[in-house]
Design a protein around this ligand. Structure first.
Ligand code: ZN
Length: 110
């Protein structure tokens, strides 16, 4: 379920994050790291360091179905996340039509 309705929103700006790779759990920067591992949980990228803790939580809550992709053995987390983005390295900022800045919605697209 999402509260995000594209028809009612207009695209305000697009931020190009380029090759920046951050863990969506701990915010660690992997842009220059070749560390392997991690996975994609829903639309969140989980870094190798957060992986054991996240997997524990996922098992506890039986949320395995939300694991959308696993980092292949020989691939770095950075490469894996960039691949999941499929070349779209932008964060799109939408504002509700006819309304002002206060209702900004941040959507990261993968
Ligand atoms: Zn992390």
């Amino acid at each position: 379920m999402t509260l995000f309705d594209k028809d009612k929103m207009k695209l305000e700006s697009v931020i190009d994050v380029g090759e920046t790779v951050l863990c969506d759990i701990c915010n660690a920067d992997y842009s220059y790291s070749e560390r392997k591992g991690g996975f994609l949980f829903n639309s969140k990228s989980v870094c190798p360091r957060c992986e054991p803790r996240m997997r524990e939580n996922i098992a506890k809550h039986k949320e395995e179905r939300f694991i959308k992709a696993e980092c292949p053995k020989e691939m770095s987390f950075r490469e894996f996340v960039l691949k999941c983005r499929k070349g779209d390295n932008t964060i799109k900022i939408y504002v509700e039509k006819g309304k002002n800045e206060s209702s900004k919605s941040n959507q990261k697209s993968y």
